[in-house]
Write a protein that binds this ligand. Structure first.
Ligand code: GFB
Length: 307
């Protein structure tokens, strides 16, 4: 379990422990710097894990991605290359690599099927992160084709949940707006600024749903049946998209803020839509369960207790 303290990693640990998996090896970034090749090899040589889930990554919202392309490309390539290579060298039985829906072209056909990958230009604001994640997908596929390794990739959409990053500059839209509305209510402010036009559509997935999808794939799906379909990964979506404007209105209600919404169109909208086609997992019997309304209320009560 690489990245067990973060938004995704902490949800996976919760889910695994709730399902009887207690032999989870966890390391903080201080204990194991996955950017360091020697430290990563030392870990694999001594721990010899059976299963690896890569939830460690350099992540962030549209502003962080568009202002730190070198960091997003370098750090994500280093982390995933180290983990995937040493998982191969030390014969890890199964590896799940987590990417993101931003791997798809900006104007991909919607809903986006897995074969849309590399069919067009990427969204500029997150091209670096997308290229790193595409490289990770291809590395897993390469180890399957060349060495028959059970390494496969999952592509979730925009995630939210407890233990998220709520920083107003580097975070994703849900934690950012939750923090903005909460603070505006506390300080009796008259308005909250939303980046962009509010028109883009996004599909959100609660991290507990993602963690259940990861457990489902871990227990029921192997690399061979995915690559045999001629695809290199599996989409994980909630099947429900919403405009940023409508999302802001829901978060305004959840936080109890009564002021105005101001849209700052000097900020980027990013990709107009990225609704995933989740047929593959649905056909196998998995679907998301947490509604956006329930999920947002769940995160806001966590936020109030922890910030
Ligand atoms: O969540 P977000 O930062 O990432 O932005 P992306 C989603 C939409 O919300 C964009 C708008 O249109 C933003 O302009 N937005 C409105 C805001 N107000 C805010 C705000 O206060 N903060 C933020 N952050 N957004 C990311 C990729 O794209 O999607 C990542 O950059 C990753 O690499 C992630 O793939 C899943 O959905 O645009």
């Amino acid at each position: 379990m690489a990245g067990h303290k973060g938004l995704v990693g902490s949800a996976i640990v919760r889910c695994l422990k709730n399902n009887g998996y207690n032999n989870i090896i966890e390391r903080t970034r201080k204990e194991l710097d996955l950017l360091e090749q020697n430290a990563t090899e030392y870990f694999f040589k001594n721990e010899k894990p059976d299963l690896v889930i890569i939830a460690a990554a350099k992540v962030g919202g549209i502003f962080a991605n568009s202002t730190q392309p070198a960091e997003f490309l370098y750090q994500n390539l280093m982390i995933q290359n180290n983990i995937i290579y040493y998982s191969h060298k030390y014969n890890v039985k199964k590896l799940l690599f987590l990417g993101s829906a931003c791997i798809y072209p900006k104007l991909a056909n919607q809903p986006i099927v897995e074969n849309e990958l590399l069919s067009g230009f990427l969204e500029p604001t997150n091209e670096a992160y997308a290229i790193a994640k595409i490289a990770g997908i291809k590395l897993c596929e390469g180890y399957f084709n060349q060495y028959d390794k059970n390494f496969l990739s999952l592509m979730p959409n925009n995630l939210y949940g407890p233990n998220d990053n709520f920083d107003l500059v580097t975070s994703h839209v849900i934690p950012a707006l939750m923090n903005k509305f909460h603070t505006a209510k506390q300080k009796s402010k008259k308005s909250v600024t939303i980046w962009g036009t509010g028109n883009p559509l996004r599909e959100f997935l609660h991290v507990d749903d993602l963690a259940n999808a990861i457990l489902f794939v871990m227990e029921k799906i192997n690399a061979k049946e995915i690559y045999e379909k001629g695809i290199s990964h599996i989409n994980v979506g909630s099947g429900f998209e919403i405009s940023i404007r409508d999302l802001a209105i829901i978060i305004k209600e959840v936080t109890g803020f009564n002021g105005e919404l101001y849209f700052d169109i000097s900020k980027p909208d990013g990709t107009p839509r990225k609704l995933l086609d989740d047929t593959i997992l649905k056909q196998k019997g998995w679907h998301a369960r947490i509604s956006l309304h329930d999920g947002l209320r769940d995160v806001y009560s966590w936020f109030q207790k922890n910030n």
